[in-house]
Each structure stands twice: as C-alpha cells, then as structure tokens.
Write a protein that binds this ligand. Structure first.
Ligand code: ZN
Length: 371
C-alpha cells in the first residue's frame, strides 16, 4: 500500500524516530521500484512537490500540528528527515537506457556533500584550559563545584561572617524566595570559584594541590570590561610548611609558562578575607615588554605603567582552616596558599580584544578568528 503521512499523537523522541524511519523506509522502497523517466518524475512530485508533496504534508501535520512545547524537538527531527528524503529522491537516477539505479542507503557519493562545520574551542575556554594545564604539570588536580551555591560555602566558610562589609564588594546575585531559610543555607550564584576550596577540603585530607576552573556571576552591568557572567581559575595548595616563598615561586613559574619566559612578576600587599597576608600579583607587560610604550604610542593594556595586574593571592587564613579542621586541616599543623585569576581578562589581553562583550555575543564571525 502506498505510504500516507500519519497524524502524530505521541511526540516523544522514540515515537518521532519511529515515524521518521517508517517514512524513510517507504521512500527507499518507492525509489528502488522506479523503472523509467516518467516514474522518476512521479516520485519527485509525490515526495518533493511544493504544494501537496509528502514533505510539505509532514511539515503541516507534524511540525505545525505539534504542541507548543514540543516544536523544537519535532523541528529537529523533521529537518533531518527532509534532508534525508531530498538526498534519497534527488539521488535516484536513471542509469544507461531505461534502467534505474536507486541509491538504497540514501547517500549518492556523486553529489556534493553537505558541509557540517566543525566547532572550535571558545577563546575563554581555551585560555582556561591553558592555565589549568600549567598547574596540572606541577602536579595539581582539577576540582569543580556547583555554580548555584549556599551562603555558607560562598561567604561564611571563607571568612566573610554575616554582615561583614567585604560581602558588599562581591555584588552578589541572590536566588529569590530564600528569606525563610537560615542565612547560611540561602542560595546564590557563586561570586568566585573559592567555595570549591572548602568543598574539596571537606572531601580530601591534606596534602592538597588543586586548580579550580569555573563560571562565576556578579551583578556587574555589562560594559567593555565587565560582564555579569565571567570565568575564574583558582588554585589552592595545602601541606605542612608551605610558605609565601612557595606561593611566589609557583606563580612566577606559572606566569612564565603562560606569557613567555621573559616576563617578570611583582607582588603588592592587598586584602582578601580568606587569605592573610594577601597580595596582588603583577606581571611585566607582555605587550610592550614593560616599557609602557608601543613605538611612539602609549601602551593601553598596562596604562603605560609597564605592569599588568593579573591575579589575587595569599596565604590561607587560619580562620578558613577552622571550618575544615576536623578533616585534618589544623591551622597549627598545616599552611597553604591560594590564588585566583580572571580567565576572561587574560583572554582579552592575550588576544588583544578590547571588549569582553564580544566573547559572549555568539557572533560566529568574531569567534571564527580564534579557531
Ligand atoms: Zn604595556
């Protein structure tokens, strides 16, 4: 019996695949039975005809007739089906004389292929992977954690007590409707990757060396250098007798691995609630070589200073260890250092991009340049 397009009542993936396969089987059988030029024309009209062809009917009955929530899924199946039927019917050719060669598997190798472009790593993700790889070579393992965090992991256990003014600097995006919960259980979008430090120390006893890549959110209005969503790479090393010298040596090595062996590093005192002492680390500008000038023009990325601020770091505050003391992190016995950097900012500097928004607008013409 000739194939007719069935009405769909079940829009599950399994039912769609079944309907698609039945349709393709029917088309294959009809294509294989074509014997001459006029039958071939009939086949084309029946399947591809613009007004009443089977593909048009499928479009009307399956796609237009599908419930709202299912349209996307149905669309994917219908498009795939259309493509395969077109290849099948167009690929059915008359061979020498009046005999017909049907392309039974739906692929005619004499037709030009369908180009499916291969994607490429996003420049920010690529930069994150490069940073992570440097620390993996030093023996660090990768740790990850949830983007939706509790107040406890994002603030309290990192030595930001409730009402501490340092919380204000983090421009936190809170999840709505949490007011009835105790403060430490309230959910928010993590403002840094640091909660993963606590989560990992709860799971693993010292010594510990981890590097933490991940997405973070802050209530920053988007502009050329800010985005409400950005990426950090953070590191933590804990052992007996870890000193500030270990911190400097590790980070100096990492910067040379990332930006070239000629870069210099320097540290300036800073403040973070979870480290004591804390520092900001600068690298000599790898764009102008530290001179502050590019030819006769001022070097903008380093603001003519010859130095670029690249990360925050410090020795883990003993108060932080107190929260995981029971798992072997007695602040009297272990010490450690931590550091964190913005992967997006490093990608901006590395690729000479002057607007962070370009990274997240999904414009393929922009992103293609990095593939
Ligand atoms: Zn410079």
């Amino acid at each position: 019996m000739a194939y007719t397009v069935p009405k769909l009542t079940d829009y599950s993936a399994a039912a769609l695949v079944k309907a698609v396969n039945q349709c393709i089987d029917a088309c294959q059988a009809e294509a294989a039975a074509v014997k001459n030029e006029s039958e071939l024309k009939l086949l084309r009209d029946r399947w591809l005809g613009r007004k009443t062809g089977i593909l048009t009917q499928i479009n009307d009955l399956w796609l237009k007739g599908s419930p709202k929530g299912e349209k996307r899924e149905v669309g994917i199946h219908v498009n795939e089906l259309k493509l395969r039927i077109q290849i099948l019917v167009e690929g059915t050719q008359l061979a020498v004389g009046e005999t017909v060669k049907a392309v039974s598997d739906g692929v005619d190798i004499t037709l030009p292929g369908i180009r499916r472009p291969i994607g490429a790593e996003h420049p920010v993700i690529k930069t994150m992977h490069e940073i992570v790889a440097v620390f993996q070579k030093l023996g660090y393992s990768v740790a990850e954690g949830p983007v939706v965090e509790t107040d406890y992991y994002n603030f309290e256990a990192l030595n930001f007590p409730p009402n501490h003014p340092a919380r204000d600097t983090q421009d936190t995006l809170f999840i709505a409707g949490q007011q009835t919960k105790p403060q430490r259980e309230r959910l928010l979008l993590r403002t840094h990757t640091s909660p993963v430090q606590i989560r990992t120390m709860e799971r693993m006893r010292p010594p510990l060396r981890i590097v933490i890549p991940g997405q973070v959110h802050r209530n920053d209005p988007p502009d050329a250098s800010h985005s409400p969503m950005f990426h950090q790479v953070e590191g933590l090393a804990v052992d007996t007798n870890i000193t500030f010298g270990d911190l400097k040596g590790t980070l100096d090595h990492a910067m040379k691995a990332l930006f070239g062996s000629s870069v210099k590093t320097h540290f300036r005192p800073s403040f973070f609630p979870f480290t004591e002492p804390s520092a900001e680390m600068f690298v000599s500008c790898f764009i102008c070589g530290g001179s502050g000038q590019r030819g006769s023009d001022p070097c903008r990325p380093c603001k003519q200073t010859g130095w670029i601020e690249i990360l925050g770091c410090g020795m883990v505050d003993p108060n932080v260890f107190e929260f995981v003391k029971d798992n072997g992190y007695d602040p009297k016995k272990v010490s450690g250092f931590a550091f964190g950097m913005g992967a997006d900012r490093i990608a901006l500097l590395k690729y000479g991009v002057d607007d962070i928004q370009l990274f997240f607008q999904g414009d393929v013409r922009f992103l293609q340049q990095f593939s």
